[in-house]
Ligand binder design. Structure first.
Ligand code: MG
Length: 373
């Protein structure tokens, strides 16, 4: 069975109102989807996030022509070769070939991966808290209320993008409004130094609903991470930008993390992503995959967690939710799967058990114009 055709789908959505985190405002969302098709008529989807012009040229001129004619079931060799050109493009190829392999076997991806240990996987509502508006905090509190109405009970908000006192006022308002019915995650996107991160300790002593503090400081300071883990009084989580299992090892060896957050789109292939999850377990750590750019990566994160045994008999799967982006982003919504009461029911059937909404995708095909100024 050989690969005979490739479709590429560069998708763009310009945000009517910017939103962001400590790293700045986002004015658009984009995702690059590929569809690999075999001479037997099986197909598989992949996705990656990077500049759409770069990815379009890369798949048109190099990766696409090279893949045509290759054996579809030699996933490891093919993704390794593509990763030498572009790591995230390789992740997309890996996703598509994984789906084709599952379909060729007549299995769902979860069965290919050893079988599902649960039918539902918990998710948390992930917010980009900041906007250019002066009343960004009020808008954030209102948005969280709507997510709670929709059934979410675990919430992630951003810190580190405003002066400490302003960020603290925002979180205090969330706690006052909803603290008795949410579990809360704070994400600093590596924007503090250790001294500023420790300013949160006084507040943390009064809050017993914190799930974790995410990436308060830059990862290059592993010693500071270890110090914070010992002094902050809440679990520390991170690793969303790590490019593979080896990148996690210095942090894990230093005892710097409580919760490991690999992203399936940042690892060079899905097998490496699952390897990171396994290694985290070897270190006795929780896993909560990071997924932001696309709905297909999120689907694969849900599958991986659905196949993983629980971290703890006490807290069980509630302690390891998958990220669910609740901001305005129709590009993730092309995958017809939604959470109910903070959980996602895994689809059944060969491959992914579902297919993207092609009609919806056509509305967002990038027209080649500049979008990142
Ligand atoms: Mg984060």
């Amino acid at each position: 069975m050989q690969l005979s055709r490739i479709e590429t789908w560069p998708l763009l959505f310009r945000l009517p109102e910017p939103y962001g985190d400590a790293n700045g405002m986002k004015r658009y969302r984009s995702i690059f989807l590929i569809r690999l098709i075999t001479d037997d008529g099986l197909d598989g989807w992949g996705e990656c996030a990077d500049d759409l012009a770069v990815l379009s040229a890369l798949f048109r001129d190099r990766i696409g022509p090279w893949l045509i004619g290759q054996p579809a079931l030699e996933r490891s060799r093919l993704t390794e070769r593509v990763a030498a050109w572009h790591r995230k493009a390789a992740a997309a190829v890996s996703m598509a070939l994984t789906e084709i392999t599952a379909k060729a076997a007549g299995l769902h991806v979860c069965e290919l991966w050893g079988g599902r240990r649960r039918q539902r996987v918990p998710v948390y509502a992930s917010f980009q808290s900041y906007s250019p508006r002066a009343d960004w905090a009020e808008a954030s509190v209102a948005r969280i209320g709507r997510a709670l109405d929709a059934g979410f009970a675990a919430i992630k908000v951003k810190i580190g993008g405003k002066p400490f006192a302003e960020d603290r006022r925002h979180v205090v308002r969330i706690q006052e409004a909803y603290g008795d019915r949410i579990r809360l995650i704070l994400d600093g996107n590596q924007s503090y130094d250790a001294a500023c991160a420790r300013k949160w300790c006084a507040s943390f002593r009064h809050w017993d609903n914190l799930m974790w503090l995410e990436e308060p400081i830059p990862f290059k300071r592993a010693g500071d991470w270890r110090l914070l883990r010992q002094t902050m009084g809440v679990p520390l989580a991170g690793g969303e930008n790590m490019a593979g299992t080896a990148d996690f090892l210095p942090l894990l060896s230093a005892g710097a993390l409580d919760i490991v957050q690999p992203d399936p789109g940042h690892h060079p292939d899905l097998d490496a992503f699952r390897e990171t999850i396994s290694v985290a377990r070897q270190f006795g750590l929780r896993v909560s995959p990071h997924v932001y750019d696309g709905g297909l990566s999120r689907l694969y994160a849900l599958f991986a967690m659905g196949c993983l045994g629980p971290w703890s008999k006490m807290e069980g799967e509630r302690g390891e939710p998958v990220e669910w982006d609740v901001m305005d982003n129709p590009l993730a919504a092309i995958w017809p799967i939604r959470p109910e009461n903070g959980q996602v029911r895994l689809p059944e059937g060969p491959g992914l058990g579902l297919a993207p909404d092609l009609d919806a995708m056509r509305n967002y095909v990038w027209d080649g114009s500049r979008y990142d100024d």
